[in-house]
Write a protein of this length. Structure first.
Length: 158
């Protein structure tokens, strides 16, 4: 698979930042990366949830991992600032939070297991209600949604 023009551009700027960091003996890379931290969102993937899933097609990377047989859960990673509605937001498993650490991503979920680690940038709906809402037209446990703009605003405030 060939690289897209934006991938090449991103790689070019990353190399320039690393080179500049070595000249100025400053960690420019860390500063730039922290301002552009990706967002990892847990999304339900059961047959009932397929009908209400949002934001899957706009994700840059999607992990699909077994949770409880026969179900899987998705963790969608978003790198761009776009107005994307995402959901249904679901609970975490500790192994998803490990993956989010590898990307230094903000880890977005609604409860569940999480790796006890200071490197998890945790945004749990159970404690941070603002960037989430429930769609009253969808019943049950599959009606929690968020969007990139609300998450980015929340993360900049922290």
């Amino acid at each position: 698979m060939g690289e897209s023009k934006s991938d090449k551009k991103r790689l070019f700027f990353l190399i320039i930042i690393i080179i500049l960091s070595s000249f100025f003996n400053e960690n420019i890379f860390a500063e730039v990366f922290s301002k552009n931290r990706p967002i990892a969102v847990m999304i339900g993937n059961s047959p009932k949830e397929w009908k209400v899933q949002r934001g899957i097609g706009e994700a840059d990377i999607i992990y699909e991992i077994d949770v409880e047989y026969p179900f899987t859960r998705l963790m969608a990673l978003y790198f761009e600032d776009n107005n994307i509605t995402i959901g249904p937001v679901r609970s975490s498993r500790y192994y998803f939070s490990r993956i989010s650490i590898e990307w230094s991503a903000f880890f977005v979920h609604c409860g569940g297991q999480i790796l006890k680690n200071d490197n998890v940038f945790d945004l749990d709906e159970m404690t941070h209600h603002h960037p989430f809402w429930r769609d009253e037209k969808i019943g049950g446990w599959i009606n929690l949604f968020t969007d990139i703009n609300k998450l980015k605003k929340r993360n900049k405030a922290e």
